[in-house]
Design a protein around this ligand. Structure first.
Ligand code: ADP
Ligand code: MG
Length: 240
């Protein structure tokens, strides 16, 4: 079974008397260990789709399974618990807490959801900060580091609880192209190191190239799929 499955998922937003369709009959499987992107123009439904996978919202119809659990019908509390235990999030605007240091920002999710003993917590935070090459900046405040560095910290923060899936809605939109590519490369490294599946959206074709699997979404519909040499051990050499 795929790590994430969407079966015939539709979502409409009710705006006054009008029902505004945002996703139309989307079915897609996302396998473990991919770097998977949803690409499409503004307003095509990317955020809606990621919000549904991330249990931030519920579909109007259809079925969504994440890591073996039906999530399309979860209530508020259950979806919050599921998010905390299974998912990590990276945001376009980084969303670091400005009064906390780099170290404290990464520690924060562990304080919120896990009762790891202090020494284990410290070890885990430092290990993740080293993995994203930010250990040397651990005592700085977000204001004292660059945008690219902030997003590295945000990647670390998403990873620290060891979720199977990290969702990122346009994580590179506030970065220049070179920095953006480095963030995607970092996701790939972290995927290899921790087995995390990354699902992100973008509308930047230069970023799309960096993904393993690209799903194109236009006007709420999935229009085409193309597999870019999944790093998985299907045995075949990569000729492309
Ligand atoms: P994208 O992330 O690709 O830009 P969105 O998922 O944000 O697309 O939006 C898809 C469609 O749904 C758009 O037409 C948008 O205007 C509409 N939409 C998104 N969120 C809401 C909302 N909360 N209420 C009403 N309409 C919304
Ligand atoms: Mg969006």
């Amino acid at each position: 079974m795929a790590l994430i499955q969407l079966n015939d998922v539709s979502k409409s937003y009710q705006v006054g008397q009008i029902s505004q369709p945002a996703l139309r009959n989307v079915s897609v499987d996302i396998e473990t260990g991919g770097l998977v992107t949803f690409v499409g123009p503004s307003g095509s439904g990317k955020t809606t789709l990621l919000n549904l996978i991330g249990c931030m919202d519920r579909p109007s119809s259809g079925r969504i399974t994440v890591d073996g659990k039906r999530v399309d019908n979860l209530g508020r509390k259950a979806s919050a618990a599921f998010r905390g235990a299974h998912l990590g999030f990276i945001f376009q605007s980084f969303n670091l807490l400005p009064v906390l240091t780099v170290y404290e920002n990464v520690e924060y999710p562990l304080l919120m959801i896990r009762r790891a003993p202090a020494d284990q917590r410290q070890e885990r935070v430092l290990r993740i900060l080293e993995a994203v090459d930010m250990a040397g900046q651990k005592d700085k405040l977000p204001d004292q580091i660059s945008g690219g560095q902030k997003q590295r910290v945000a990647v670390a923060r998403a990873l620290v609880t060891q979720p199977k899936v990290i969702l990122a809605d346009e994580p590179t939109a506030n970065l220049d192209t070179e920095t953006a590519k480095k963030i995607i490369a970092l996701m790939r490294e972290m995927r290899d190191a921790f087995g995390t599946t990354f699902v992100f959206s973008t509308h930047d074709p230069r970023i799309v190239e960096q993904a393993d699997v690209v799903h194109t979404i236009v006007d709420g519909r999935l229009v085409s799929d193309s597999d870019f040499a999944l790093h998985k051990s299907s045995g075949g050499a990569d000729h492309a």
